[in-house]
Design a protein around this ligand. Structure first.
Ligand code: NI
Length: 188
């Protein structure tokens, strides 16, 4: 892994709140971007990361995340298209969700418990990723990012307000700890 960890963009940064552009060139720059995204995700202790979370306006995400059987799955998807089960076959998972761009908090959010993403790997080869468990949630969360949508945009107004307040408090505390010269707590 030759990537370099980049700072994570936070809620309120414009690149997080608008749709990303499709990737058109499967070149060395794309490979470098994906390497940086993996490094940034691991540095931040995340299970998934979208390109706009390191400030890059392109439709790419990476993941390293357990599926419903506990097996770890890892990869990068370029120009992903999300498919969810038909409404009558859809079951919801009412689990907790958080985001590196809204640090220090999380909230319950019901999402379909299975998801499929079709897209391309970094060489331009078509790929399909099917996810259950946390991976199903991750695939939906990351494709949302590339549409300029955060998980908090799917919460009720009240829940969204609570989560934003908790994240602001968390960041203020982290800031004052940093100024006092102490180490930062683990991110979520
Ligand atoms: Ni996120």
């Amino acid at each position: 892994m030759t990537g370099r960890a980049q700072p994570i963009t936070l809620v309120g940064t414009p690149v997080l709140h608008r749709p990303c552009r499709p990737v058109e060139e499967f070149d060395a720059a794309l490979k470098d971007l994906v390497d940086d995204m993996f490094a940034s995700m691991y540095e931040a202790d995340g299970v998934g990361l979208a390109a706009n979370q390191i400030g890059v306006d392109l439709r790419v995400f990476v993941y390293d995340c357990p599926d419903g059987s506990g097996e770890h799955r890892k990869g990068a998807v370029v120009n992903p298209v999300l498919e969810l089960p038909e409404l009558e076959e859809r079951r919801l998972d009412d689990g907790d969700e958080g985001c590196l761009s809204v640090p220090g908090t999380h909230a319950r959010l019901a999402r379909p418990d299975r998801a499929t993403v079709r897209g391309f790997d970094v060489t331009g080869k078509p790929i399909t990723v099917e996810g259950t468990g946390l991976l199903a949630r991750c695939l939906q969360h990351e494709t949302d990012h590339l549409e300029g949508r955060l998980y908090i945009d799917r919460l009720s107004a009240r829940a969204r307000k609570k989560v934003l307040k908790e994240s602001e408090e968390f960041r203020a505390e982290a800031e004052s700890r940093a100024q006092a010269g102490e180490s930062e707590p683990e991110g979520v």
